[in-house]
Ligand binder design. Structure first.
Ligand SMILES: [Fe+2]
Length: 482
């Protein structure tokens, strides 16, 4: 039976209304302040004797095993571990099949004192020349005390390489931290982008500072021994204690968590870059000088020039203090780094800037404030297609608890905010699209809460864009852009 003209007209009107309504949801001009209120778990550190910090059995057994990318391209891995009783071996045996270790690499050993605490023997060993997309098994330690682990190398650096990153910040070592870590490990992400504030050992005094660095190393080993964690330093890494005679910033952190900074021509382990699969990841230090002419400023300027979006379409920046956060905690602490680098982020079309520091979750729309200056009177952030999405994931679960007070009303740049613990994942599909999720720890359960499809800032706006269906182009993120 055919519809008459009036019915057809009404149907058309209805469909049109639906389209406009759905489009307005996608454009999401109003931000969301989540009404979820979590019941607080105790924000206290897990006791020293808890099994979460278990010391591996055996004399001088390697502990606190963790790995990170060891070069610029993902063909090297830097393996670190600690031995407690004696220096032991610096060797790593490794190979492509279990229990068959064809290769051996020799590392180096170091140690340090912090007040009267003497660290264990800290080993770092670089293994190079690895094949891409390959599972490697490795063994460290000797005799009955040796331990075996494995990791998988990333795919070759090329524009359509898919890859899944996890993002964790401000982790600490509480029961909430354990929940975050366990949920992250269910995510099947392949590498952690860690946005600073590792152990919160600096909340302790005297010898306990060193002891809590050790417990944290044993705590994260369950993940960090099997996949690289890309390190970025936060304020809790500063470890500045004049009353204990400890005044060298980042001392414990630098002894324990090396980075492949030389590979990206950096002069400091505090800031560096790596390329992994289809991503170029730039790590900045919020607590090292970054104003014009300083080494970090000069390095970043040169590194941004080296980014080749034809090879690595995804440009991701990590830093500790967020630039666009509307939480009362640490409000505007990222303003000085915004003034230094925001115009570069726009010019080079950075896709994402991940930060921590604020113990809550928040995601921005694409906004910028580069028109602000001290005489123009332009002082409000505006929607800007060239801007990255800024995401704060300082919600790992440390002993300082949540930052629950957001500024009201929610500013226009803020798309979603919630004071809960959790972690994020970024699943890169190809050069044009990635899926992003933030997963809340909801009293022990992992609950996907904020998610969107991200369109690449470089490839999303060239000829390929026209081949995609129109609705794919209207991602939530781009919604506020004019
Ligand atoms: Fe922090």
């Amino acid at each position: 039976m055919s519809l008459d003209a009036r019915t057809q007209g009404l149907l058309l009107q209805f469909l049109l209304s639906c389209f406009v309504f759905l489009s307005s949801i996608e454009e999401g001009s109003a931000g969301i302040t989540s009404s979820f209120i979590r019941s607080e778990w105790p924000s206290v550190d897990i006791p020293l004797e808890n099994e979460a910090f278990a010391v591996p059995k055996g004399y001088n057994a390697p502990q606190q095993v963790h790995i990170t990318q060891g070069d610029y391209e993902g063909k090297a891995v830097l393996i670190s571990w600690v031995t407690a009783d004696e220096p032991g071996s610096n060797k790593v045996q490794y190979g492509k099949s279990e229990n068959k270790y064809q290769y051996t690499a020799e590392g180096r050993m170091t140690n340090y004192t912090f007040y009267k605490y003497k660290s264990g023997y800290i080993h770092h060993c670089l293994i190079e020349g690895l094949e891409y997309s390959t599972k490697y098994y490795y063994r460290i330690g000797s005799g009955d005390s040796s331990r075996e682990f494995w990791f998988e190398t990333p795919p070759k650096v090329e524009p359509d390489a898919s890859y899944k990153f996890g993002i964790i910040g401000d982790l600490g070592q509480t029961y909430n931290s354990l929940s975050t870590l366990e949920h992250y490990m269910q995510s099947e992400a392949q590498t952690v982008l860690f946005v600073g504030d590792l152990s919160y050992a600096d909340r302790y005094q005297y010898n306990d500072v060193g002891l809590r660095w050790d417990t944290w190393g044993r705590f994260v080993e369950r993940s960090a021994a099997y996949q690289p964690w890309i390190w970025c330093a936060g304020n809790h890494e500063i470890d500045y204690f004049p009353y204990m005679g400890e005044v060298v910033p980042f001392r414990s952190y630098l002894y324990r968590y090396p980075t492949p900074y030389l590979a990206s021509k950096s002069s400091s382990p505090m800031w560096y870059a790596i390329r992994r699969a289809s991503a170029h990841i730039i790590v900045l230090s919020s607590y090292s000088p970054f104003v014009k002419y300083t080494p970090q400023w000069v390095w970043l300027k040169e590194e941004l020039e080296r980014v080749d979006r034809e090879k690595t379409p995804w440009l991701i920046v990590l830093m500790h203090a967020p630039i666009y956060s509307s939480n009362e905690a640490h409000y505007m602490e990222g303003e000085s780094i915004r003034a230094a680098f925001e115009s570069w982020f726009l010019h080079y079309k950075v896709d994402l800037v991940f930060a921590g520091h604020v113990h809550a979750y928040e995601r921005s729309y694409r906004f910028s404030n580069v028109n602000y200056n001290i005489t123009s009177g332009n002082r409000y952030p505006v929607a800007d297609k060239s801007a990255p999405v800024y995401i704060t994931v300082g919600d790992g679960g440390n002993q300082e608890g949540l930052a629950a007070r957001f500024i009201d009303p929610q500013p226009e740049y803020s798309a979603f905010r919630e004071a809960s613990y959790g972690h994020s994942t970024l699943e890169i599909q190809n050069r044009t699209h990635a899926f992003y999720h933030w997963n809340r720890n909801d009293d022990g359960k992992k609950v996907p809460t904020d998610s969107f499809v991200l369109r690449n800032q470089y490839w999303g706006s060239n000829g390929r864009r026209r081949k995609l269906k129109k609705h794919y182009l209207r991602s939530v993120v781009d919604g506020t852009a004019k």
